[in-house]
Design a protein around this ligand. Sequence first.
Ligand SMILES: Cc1cc2nc3c(=O)[nH]c(=O)nc-3n(C[C@H](O)[C@H](O)[C@H](O)COP(=O)(O)O)c2cc1C
Length: 148
Amino acid sequence: MANILIVVGSVTGKALSAAQAIEQVLAQHHQVSLSTSPSVADVQNPSLDILLAVVSTTGQGEVPSPLMPWFSEMQDLFPLLPALKFAVVGLGDSSYANFCGGSEQVENLLLELQARPICDRFKIDALEYYNPVDVAQAWALEFLPLIS
Ligand SMILES: Cc1cc2nc3c(=O)[nH]c(=O)nc-3n(C[C@H](O)[C@H](O)[C@H](O)COP(=O)(O)O)c2cc1C
């Protein structure tokens, strides 16, 4: 059983509902917690196996403001996380220039911190899926076998 932390960056709640759908699937097999206001210490917890970031995009390709305190603190403190595995789910809208840019920023930061990606970033396009719950749930079912 893996210890998984889902950090969520959401403005109008779509990323949050996607994250909760993923949490429901993963929690059937793993120990999962979800946070919309995580701290750097949360991801430095030695008993954490997997960090899953579910992040929408706001402004011009930016990380949602509720997650910015965590994101900025991670940039400032720059804790190296070579033992941590991670995955990123991005929510965006492909009619914008920086499609899923917020999740791309989070992924790039985690890579700079030497955390290890489990799979490619999964992008959910609001143009294609008005409600992200079903597609998030389907992704979680595909993600499950990648977790050892
Ligand atoms: C003001 C505003 C700016 C946005 N900027 C972007 C953007 O730059 N890139 C993108 O892919 N999506 C952008 N979006 C689309 C949202 O990321 C998308 O609708 C997402 O599903 C919202 O998720 P949330 O409700 O969790 O915040 C923007 C939406 C709004 C309202």
